[in-house]
Design a protein around this ligand. Structure first.
Ligand code: IVH
Length: 683
């Protein structure tokens, strides 16, 4: 191939790859399958290998540089990277707004609401549309040049999608998405490497890696939240700038909003305060910005903080406290779980006095010692965690933790299997395990028996009124003995007995969940129940029969088989059956009756309430099928914003196009009945 045609082919491939890269990483709305993308990429790579002189730094093949650097150069910011003033409550937020309104001479102004990302600030510089520098914020005036590392972030365009002459700089926050961070840590744990404390610090560490190949493996992400500098003309307000940046190929955040009134900004804050933990990235507040750049300039800065913006922070979810002790409890499977006893501390409005420590290795990897000062974190409903030790506050008399060698409940020696991090009490009759199992058995997703707390369960076991979960159903005969236990009166005993009696009717999936089989939570139990429909069929199933069920892997199959291979477990099942607990499902809907059974969907564009991946998995859960591209076989195209070429394909092929609200409706109730007279009637 002559160079001229090679060059044009290479240019064409690069443009297509940049475009699809943007669809995938910035918009989360790919137009082609991964395999098609890989094929384009491979084609480019082959051509570039044949014509090494045509390789340029903005080529998509050049994201990950091969060689480590020895240190970072200084990067001077053309305009300083400012910080933000904080508001911690509504009064402070309102005070900020009043002051801004004063500065605007009482004239109400448009406001842009954004999330405040908890990662690290970076600046990206382009020259004639090509990425030439990526830098950390540093002290705001001078940062570090970390270009090779930032180039590995796939949501950062190496070349802009439109021509922008001269120098152009944007700013944003680099992040380690929570799900990727968890996977990354899990892989490290499996490889016996120490795990990292949190996504924020790990993102910062990754961006400052000397070897970009390490940064590349971590799959960081970025949101661009402002323009830093531009030689070329740009929009005159922040909101329009954000749209403009998105058109150039930058990943902006889909939750940005333009509002007119401070009450709306407050609503935005309150909405996100309640749900920010559902995001897949760190977020610790919202940022509220004056939209007009003229007005921003007019308002100016105080020190390094602009008057035209404020960060309204969510209540802290972290705090420092003292680790008073490390104790262990016994789980329902006999696992011995260390936990931290903490000096009670307020974390984001809730008092925390305990934190889980998982297992012996976890305590060791964090080097926790009794008496340490530690940072604790609470995220939503999740059990509080210890993030790290504050080593500087060590006095020297802190005590390392030693795992007990005997079960504190039954006195039997404890056992740590070689290939596992967990230590177990293997005594099946251990009372502590039974208390946990009872607690699980009566819990909401299981038999849902209200009125039996851990304390009462322990007392019932202590007094010999029950010996296993099935004995709950014979408590009816021991009514008199129950009254008075843990201050239970006649009324609460009656309520408890009624709740126990009612639980006999729970569907098979709940019963399976309640048994407490390792790896069998409600979702897996549902799959098993739907497939086998009766507990006897599950007991009789081989591991092969079990793995034949969609989504059931060998680990679950092994655990189910092992559970039912155990004679005392089978005896409990028999006892439950004899007590009248339902052991089969008759009236469950066949898979064919699932709301979306037999229908094929394609999802495209930006959705507002769920990510594409979430909607796709909901569709599959409801019995539907999902394809990556539109064809005649598809029944529906679910189209979000900026739906692009799939929308045109669907219209051409006559595939019905629906929006997000409609698919949410259909997930519950299936497709709407056809209304028109041409609809076939089934007689
Ligand atoms: S705007 C003057 N927008 O917060 C404007 N910053 O305290 C300053 N940050 O270093 C930046 N999310 O790393 C802006 N949506 C957002 C942000 C955001 C997070 C960080 C940024 C900055 C720090 C300022």
């Amino acid at each position: 191939m002559v160079d001229a045609s090679a060059r044009s082919k290479i240019d064409e491939l690069r443009a297509r790859i940049h475009h699809h890269n943007y669809r995938y990483h910035a918009l989360d709305a790919p137009e082609i399958s991964d395999a098609e993308f890989d094929a384009l990429f491979q084609e480019l790579r082959v051509l570039e290998e044949r014509h090494p002189d045509l390789v340029t730094p903005d080529s998509p093949t050049q994201r990950v540089g091969a060689s480590p650097v020895t240190g970072f150069e200084e990067a001077i910011h053309p305009t300083p990277m400012l910080s933000l003033a904080n508001a911690f409550d509504e009064a402070q937020f309102t005070a900020w707004y009043r002051r801004a309104l004063d500065l605007a001479e009482g004239e109400p102004f448009d406001i842009v609401c954004e999330l405040k990302f908890d990662g690290l600030a970076v600046a990206l510089t382009y020259k004639d549309g090509v990425l030439v520098r990526g830098a950390t914020r540093g002290n705001g005036s001078v940062g570090e040049d970390v270009t090779p590392n930032l180039r590995t972030i796939r949501s950062i365009p190496l070349r802009l999608l439109k021509d922008v002459p001269g120098r152009f700089e944007v700013r944003g926050e680099a992040l380690f998405p929570k799900s990727r961070f968890d996977r990354f840590n899990q892989r490290r744990a499996e490889a016996g490497l120490p795990t990292y404390a949190n996504p924020r610090n790990t993102a910062a560490g990754s961006v400052r890696q000397l070897d970009p190949r390490i940064t590349a493996e971590r799959h960081l992400d970025i949101f661009i939240y402002s323009l830093g500098y531009s030689d070329a003309p740009t929009p005159s307000a922040h909101w329009d700038t954000l749209q403009y940046l998105a058109k150039l190929g930058f990943k902006t955040n889909r939750h940005n909003r333009l509002v007119r009134r401070p009450e709306e900004a407050l609503r935005y804050y309150l909405d996100w305060r309640d749900k920010f933990e559902e995001l897949d990235y760190g977020c610790d507040g919202v940022v509220v910005k004056v939209n007009s750049f003229d007005l921003q300039r007019h308002m100016g800065d105080v020190g390094r903080e602009p008057r035209w913006a404020i960060a309204y922070k969510f209540p802290a979810t972290r705090a420092e406290t003292r680790l008073k002790d490390i104790l262990v409890n016994v789980g329902r499977t006999g696992s011995i779980n260390p936990y931290a006893v903490l000096e009670p501390v307020d974390v984001g409005g809730a008092t925390v006095s305990q934190a889980t420590l998982h297992n012996e290795d976890y305590v060791r990897s964090k080097d926790l010692r009794v008496g340490d000062w530690v940072i604790v974190e609470r995220a939503g409903e999740v059990i509080p965690q210890i993030v790290s030790v504050i080593e500087d506050r060590r006095a020297g008399d802190e005590r390392p933790f030693a795992m007990p060698t005997e079960c504190q409940s039954c006195g039997q020696p404890l056992n740590r299997r070689e290939d596992e991090a967990m230590t177990y009490c293997v005594n099946a009759a251990c009372p502590a395990q039974l208390v946990r199992l009872l607690e699980h058995f009566v819990s909401r997703g299981a038999m849902d028996i209200e009125g039996l707390g851990v304390r009462q369960a322990a007392t019932l076991l202590d007094r010999g009124l029950i010996h296993d979960v099935a004995d709950l159903y014979s408590l009816e005969d021991k009514r008199e003995e129950l009254v008075g236990i843990d201050r239970m009166g006649e009324k609460s005993v009656s309520n408890l007995l009624a709740a126990i009696a009612k639980s006999r009717e729970r569907p098979l999936a709940r019963v399976l969940t309640a048994l407490g089989i390792d790896h069998v939570g409600f979702e897996v139990a549902e799959l098993l129940a739907r497939h086998f429909r009766a507990i006897d069929a599950i007991i009789a199933a081989s591991q092969d029969d079990l793995t034949a069920v969609a989504s059931i892997g060998p680990k679950i199959a092994e655990s189910v088989s092992a559970y039912f291979a155990n004679e005392s477990n089978r005896a409990v099942v028999q006892k439950l059956r004899a007590a009248g607990v339902r052991m089969e499902d008759e009236d469950r809907p066949e898979p064919a009756q699932q709301p979306l059974a037999g229908l094929r969907f394609v999802v495209t564009g930006r959705l507002t309430q769920f990510s594409r991946a979430q909607i796709e998995s909901k569709i599959k859960d409801a019995g539907g099928a999902v394809s990556g591209s539109v064809s005649k076989r598809a029944n529906y195209l679910v189209a979000g914003e900026d739906a692009g070429s799939k929308l045109t394909d669907a219209q051409e092929l006559g595939v019905q196009v629906i929006d997000e609200d409609e698919i949410l409706y259909m997930l519950e109730r299936g497709p709407r009945e056809p209304q028109d007279a041409t609809a076939p009637t089934l007689l």
